[in-house]
Design a protein around this ligand. Sequence first.
Ligand code: UD1
Length: 425
Amino acid sequence: MSTILVKKSGSLRGEVEVSGSKNAVLPLLAATLLTDEACEIADVPDLKDVDVMSKLLMSFGAVVEEDKGAKTVKVCAKTITSNEAPCPLVKKMRASVLAMGPLLARTGRAKVPLPGGCAIGKRPIDLHLKGFRTLGANIESTEDELNYGYVEAVAAKLTGGEIYLDTRSVGATENIMMAAALAEGMTLIENAAQEPEIVDLANFLNKMGAKIKGAGTDMIKIEGVKRLHGAKHTVIPDRIEAGTFMLAAAITNGDITITNTLSNHVKPVIAKLRECGVSVDDTANGIRVRAGRKFLTATDIKTLPYPGFPTDIQPQFMTFLATASGPSVIWETVFENRFMHVKELNKMNAGITIPEGRKAIVPGGRSLKGAKVRATDLRAGAALILAGLTAAGETEISDIYHIDRGYAKIIEKFSSLGADITRTV
Ligand code: UD1
């Protein structure tokens, strides 16, 4: 089984270009199911999750042409031949559930197995289903002969409605937005998630002929249209990858300029790094992150929906805090089980405790030591790479398929900054 080997690497220096956003491209690809015309997505990251989404689209009858060199994906869902998502693909990636809204709107029916992906808590889809129900769909849960659960949504016609999301769910906001784009009349999503990936999806849908206003605020208005047409769109840069390299500069006392990034998408990470004594500056071509001081100080963090501190940067920031001077408290408010990396970091001498389910205490000031660790989920994997860069000796990370799901050319990018990192096959 493949592993990633990371050795203590000194200060990382240089320039690194961020890829297109994983969390933006997946809903964009799902949205191509809403039209029988060809769509083209540019700056698509080379990721396992993109491959899974492409396979999923093909399983519904879409023709998908991936050009990894040009970083484009062309999709034409001229005819939908199936509206049932295959279990093996959905198990691999939770975002498969994003096909449900488009399939329901386009064909009047969508059946998906209960989704997989990272095991960071229960991650139900009740809000997605509540939205479809409000639009007039009948939802049924079924089990197959192996007791595996499926959900099926059926609607002869979707009609706009008012939906209040109890939790600001990114996926539910996206799924409902896509279904409502082809519903009859006006849909209002209240307490909508405000992530940049939602704005990117709304921009793409509007290019396809949808009438969506308010994306990026907590109230999104969607005036349904009869049909959508093909469109071209470039994916926004990956703010979580950008944040990961910012933390790489911080933890190695490095000096990294991150290009193809938008500083207003990573504001909370910048603010917290500055609190710790890291210099973060906008430059002509990106963000320069410098950690010149020997001892950086700790700070507390609390994850929140956007524009709060992103849960997807929590493991990487925690790793940095393990080495910063002084104790810190981390509150994880978005997912109920997102501290699985603590056990792995503690194998490396981080000394982190979890007095309550969603609260971690990081003593700080630790010298990390290389160890054999496991990437328990995608961002945990990134955190362990950061830990390995600064840990004495060698760190061997297993279960790296999680990392490949969400970081394009990760070995090449870290190596170009001076990291001693290799992949074993
Ligand atoms: C997306 C991101 C993921 C990120 C997360 C939160 C993608 C592909 N993935 O995941 O990287 O960590 O946003 O920023 O974009 N919830 C419910 N009911 C639902 C849906 C969600 O209770 O129907 C809860 C979840 O259990 C969780 C919270 O809402 O506690 C946020 O989840 P959500 O925003 O939906 O995350 P995802 O869209 O799955």
